[in-house]
Design a protein. Structure first.
Length: 75
């Protein structure tokens, strides 16, 4: 949460949908090389976290562990 507040307070949060879509496409391509997939809602959650350089916390870790650039809390 500390990083989230920092990103928002410094005005560094990215909000461009095109940028998130590009991140989502990159994640999808990376997962395909591992023969993995992810549901669309999870994909865009991960893309948003990656795009903003945020650490992501979830109870559903198994859906997100194969995303290389995603920082998972407690991983």
């Amino acid at each position: 949460m500390r990083e989230t507040g920092k990103a928002l307070n410094n005005g560094r949060q990215k909000t461009d949908d095109r940028y998130f879509s590009q991140q989502a496409a990159a994640i999808t391509a990376q997962l395909k090389t591992k023969r993995k997939s992810i549901d669309k809602p999870d994909l865009f959650i991960a893309a948003t976290a990656v795009a903003n350089g945020l650490t992501f916390d979830t109870l559903n870790v198994k859906h997100f562990t194969h995303i290389d650039k995603l920082l998972l809390l407690g991983k």
